[in-house]
Design a protein around this ligand. Structure first.
Ligand code: FES
Length: 105
């Protein structure tokens, strides 16, 4: 069953920033890429690195894993560079009356 979690007001997540939320033992990073919001699991598919703590390129809409440097596309969850080669899970993000909401299974 899908749950909807309130993340934070839109005004608290400006472009180039990330907010991490935890739900049922899973951590999810919600990113603002120049006004578009995307969410991926905060766990690198290579070696469980804390992806949402990596460097964000809001223009390219990517994040660089702080552990070994793989770059992930925030729109798709797919890695663009090695050493990661498996995608990470993505989640649906919506905005309802200026509140960011995350859909998780
Ligand atoms: S843990 Fe992310 S690149 Fe290795």
């Amino acid at each position: 069953m899908t749950s909807v979690i309130e993340v934070c007001p839109l005004s608290e997540l400006p472009p180039g920033r990330v907010r991490i939320v935890e739900h049922a033992g899973i951590e999810v990073g919600i990113f603002n890429c120049n006004g578009e919001l995307f969410a991926i699991e905060d766990r690198c598919s290579h070696d469980d690195g804390p992806l949402a703590e990596g460097v964000i390129d809001a223009g390219a809409c990517t994040v660089e894993c702080p552990r070994h440097g793989a770059i992930f596309d925030l729109r798709t969850g797919r890695p663009k560079t090695l050493p990661a080669y498996e995608p990470v899970e993505t989640f649906t993000v919506t905005v309802d009356e200026e509140m960011i909401k995350l859909e998780v299974d």
